[in-house]
Each structure stands twice: as C-alpha cells, then as structure tokens.
Design a protein. Sequence first.
Length: 225
Amino acid sequence: MKKFISVVWVGLLALLLSACGEEKAENTLVEENVQLMGVSQLKEGEHYFKYKNIVKTSDTNLADADLIEFFSYACGHCQSFAPELQAWHNENPKKEVAYVPVVWNQQTAVYARLFYALEQQPGFDKNHHDLFVFFKGLGGEKNLAEQLDKIYAFLDGNGVDTEKLKATLESKELEEKLKYSVELAKNYEIRGTPTLVVAGSMVVNDKALKSHDDFWRYVDELLTL
C-alpha cells in the first residue's frame, strides 16, 4: 500500500512540475507578445516619472526631440554617458536627440556658450562629442581663460573657425540662449547631470533599474507610449 501511494505521489508531483513549467512558458510567451505589440510594461511612479506641468517650447529642435539631454562638458558622469547616448543614436538614426547645456555658475555658463556657438558651425555633432573626451584630460589650468586657450587650440585642430567662434560667444543671440537654458532647467526641475528626458515629459527612475542595460530598454519602451 505504501509503495502504491509513493508511486501516485511521484506521478502527481511530476504533473504539477509539468504544469508549472507550462505556465511559466506561457507567461514568458505572453510577455514577449506584449513587447512585440509595443505595449510597455513600465509603470508611472515605479519605473519612470512624468512631468506634469511642462511648458511647451517654441524651439522646433526640442519640440520634435525624442530625447533631450541636460548636460555639462565638465561633468564626469556626462563624459561617461556621452558615448552611450551616441551609440544609441547610431542604432536609432531616425530618432531625434536634442541637447541642453546646464548653467550652474559662471564656468558652466561659458561651456554653455561654447555649445551654442559650436551649433552654428559645420561638424557640430563630431565636435560636440569630441569635447567630452577632451574635457576628461583638462586639469591644472590656473584659470578659465587658460582653459579656454586649450579648448580653442583643440577645436582649431578639429577644423573649427575659432575666430568666428570667439566672436559668436559674446553675441546677444547666445545671451538669449543662455537664459533659455536656465528656464528649461527650471521647467524640468534639473538637479543633476546628465538627465535624459524621454518624449519631452518622462525620466527613467534609476532606482528601478536591475541592471545597466535596463536603462536603454526603459527608454525604448517609453518612446512607444
């Protein structure tokens, strides 16, 4: 009798394990189908946060952008993040990426001016990303003027018209762009860099990430919402 019960129990256990396996496979299939249909599994307040009171911008580049990065050339995290963002953009060439330099102080204001002046010259995309690499090597300069001399020399080697660049840095147009950067940072409540705004109104909750790769998966999913 005991032997018979043992055989029955083993049989039932096998059936239960088989059912669990089928259920797990079914759930996985459902998740895959959901992803294929473009339905995001991300939850607001858990995986991402959404800005509620964003003032719409008249800037076409920002209004049409899929991603907006708030950054500073001197920010170490921005320097590390730049190649990742560039790689993502290379894989998604039809997506629009816009950049907003933050202005925390006089020094970052100069870097912001540099960004906007470079925007008006050929080869902006390359020069913009090359500057992140260049800024990693800066250090030991006595003052900002000495630092700018090195930056100009570097950009001159990159084919930038540095005389035109210097003239543009002091233009009234750039003064307005700096004010615009400050207003945007306030609007988006930027407290640190880099900050990546998705679809004009969302940011990934870093605390919800289980791995580094999750960040870009979240970004891709948020762009489908």
